[in-house]
Write a protein that binds this ligand. Structure first.
Ligand code: NOJ
Length: 561
């Protein structure tokens, strides 16, 4: 293979962009149930989070995305809210939350709340009123249909968590629609009074001093179920624009929407600055790359780096001049990244550092999911009774009934179940991994005595230190915060390579996604003598067109031309 000159077009200058605090910040997602338990009941809580703020300040993050801590029957671990203005007793009190907001603010960390308004809990006062009488104003806050002629559900729509999307309510003689579980009835966004309630609640939280919202499955709120249009329905963007006008305009907060359907064709509709909707969206094209096209997440296919890069770079290109990226590889719904994308055994530390380098050198706001900063791995449960997640449990029932062997399902769940990311945070090698003095609500990963914060931070080459360095680079270097991204070697199934450019500054990023040494052949005009910004192995300064990379090696070099 001979090395060639690259034919990448000379990058155009970006139009002037208004800089916001979140452009250089890194987010950190906390799944409260599994983060830190202060009272020994086996469930994480808000005082537990407060006790760990120093860890996050040390990492340098700019804000915490707090998965739901609201009152909830916890059918979906808080993504089923029964009171949007109250805290679940197992997590603490409103006073605890106010203390978290203020102590985090003192450390320069904002609190971003999870806004779950596609649906409420079936135990929300609205739904209780709605299901009691057709005449209650709240009846119109939910989506109802009559039974089919002759009885039974109105149609055959299915819920994402398994089973029909319809549940019958005797009192009103109607079915309600639930995209997720029956405990999560969908809110009817067509109802202006419901929208006004949501806006009011959002303002109430913002007035308490939070830094913004992560909006759960927000792309579903404009749905038209009769047309079977769920994602990105006709009213989605009008609803988001209205929310911006009513709640967000004039406040220096951050808004991140979750959308499982957004594509490069629709991405800027959410986050182009002048449209006044959201600041960025979590989009999942790179995640879906790892799923089986027909059988979905419980039958994952082997990781394909070429498809993964294509997905990420497509969004880098989309947001070259407009919009913004939310960068992530894992969250509470996804497997641990070292287990899914790299090697969680012998090469775990370098794998973790390599994945961090790749993500944090891209353009956008990166998110670290709790435990990622020490390279936590998938749970590897052996039996279905070790799982807690309703999606996994429902799909198990469903697939076993369809003839799938239990071992086969567990193999898929070991790779992709949401519980892989929900095992308790591993703080130390003591009882309950330092997460709880009691019995954790879900088993601690069996590797907690080797993989934990205390162990990692005592290592001079720690994964934590690597993350801290990456977080700082984004704050300090304009080229990392705002530089344009230029993909290199798109067809390589082993190497991820790209450059970032801003003015005369250029950063070259290289990562070996394999457990083998790899010979890399770079375009001549990417080479030269630079300054090593970050590296998992020896610091590289001189970049030659032919170089060899160690297993899971990664580095970034800054050039000034
Ligand atoms: C997306 C959340 O991330 C997930 O955990 C939840 O189950 C669904 N939305 C329903 O709220």
């Amino acid at each position: 293979m001979s090395c060639q000159k690259s034919h990448a077009p000379a990058p155009a200058e970006a139009p002037e962009r208004l800089e916001h605090w979140w452009h250089r910040a890194t987010g950190y997602q906390i799944y409260p149930r599994s983060f830190a338990d202060s009272n020994g009941d086996g469930v994480g809580d808000i005082p537990g989070i407060i006790g760990k703020l120093v860890h996050l300040a040390d990492l340098g993050v700019g804000f915490i995305w707090l998965s739901p801590i609201y009152a909830s029957p916890m059918v979906d671990n808080g993504y089923d809210i029964s009171d949007y203005r109250a805290i679940a007793p197992e997590y603490g009190t409103l006073a605890d939350l106010d203390r978290l907001i203020s102590e985090a603010r003192d450390l320069g960390i904002g609190i971003v709340m999870d806004l779950v308004v596609n649906h409420s809990s079936s135990l929300h006062a609205w739904f209780k009123a709605a299901r009691a009488s057709r005449d209650a104003p709240e009846h119109g806050y939910y989506i109802w249909r009559e039974a089919a002629p002759g009885g039974g559900p109105p149609d055959d729509q299915e819920a994402v968590f398994g089973g029909p999307a319809w549940t019958w309510v005797e009192e009103v003689q109607r079915y309600y629609f639930h995209y997720f579980s029956p405990a999560q009835p969908d809110l009817n966004w067509q109802n202006p009074a419901l929208r006004a309630e949501v806006h009011d609640m959002m303002r109430w939280w913002l007035d308490r001093g939070i830094a913004g919202f992560r909006m759960d499955v927000i792309s579903l709120i404009g749905k038209d179920i009769d047309q079977r249009i769920y994602e990105e329905g006709p009213d989605l963007h009008p609803f988001l624009q209205e929310m911006h006008r009513e709640v967000i305009a004039g406040r220096e907060i951050v808004t991140i929407g979750e959308s499982w359907s957004v594509s490069p064709e629709t991405g800027l509709l959410y986050c182009a600055q002048e449209r006044k909707e959201l600041d960025m969206v979590f989009e999942f094209s790179h995640i879906r790359e790892g799923w089986h096209p027909e059988l979905g997440k419980f039958a994952p296919k082997p990781f394909d780096l070429v498809g993964f890069k294509r997905a990420l770079f497509e969004w880098q290109e989309l947001t070259r001049h407009e919009g913004w990226n939310a960068l992530f590889l894992t969250n509470h719904d996804l497997p641990r990244q070292v287990s899914f994308y790299a090697d969680d055994g012998k090469h775990r530390r370098n794998s973790a550092r390599m994945l961090a380098t790749v993500l944090h050198m891209l353009k956008g706001t990166p998110f670290i999911y709790q435990g990622e900063e020490i390279g936590m791995t998938n749970a590897r449960f052996e039996r279905i009774d070790q799982y807690r997640d309703l999606e996994t449990l429902n799909h198990f029932e469903d697939q076993i009934a369809r003839g799938v062997a239990p071992e086969e399902f567990i193999a898929g769940a070991n790779r992709n179940s949401r519980d892989n990311a929900r095992t308790p945070m591993q703080w130390d090698a003591g009882h309950g991994a330092g997460f709880s003095t009691g019995t954790p609500w879900i088993e601690v990963n069996s590797n907690a005595d080797q993989i934990n914060v205390a162990q990692d931070r005592s290592d001079p080459e720690s994964i934590f230190a690597h993350y801290r360095h990456l977080v700082r680079l984004r704050r300090e270097l304009d080229v990392i915060a705002f530089g344009e991204t230029e993909p290199l070697l798109p067809d390589s199934s082993a190497i991820m390579a790209f450059q970032r450019r801003l003015g005369s500054a250029r950063v070259l990023v290289l990562a070996n996604f394999t457990a083998n040494r790899q010979a890399v052949c770079l375009p001549l005009d990417t080479c030269g003598e630079g300054r090593c910004l970050v590296s998992s192995h020896r610091a590289r300064r001189r970049i030659d067109p032919d170089l060899e990379m160690a297993p899971f090696e990664s580095f970034a070099v800054l050039f000034d031309s």
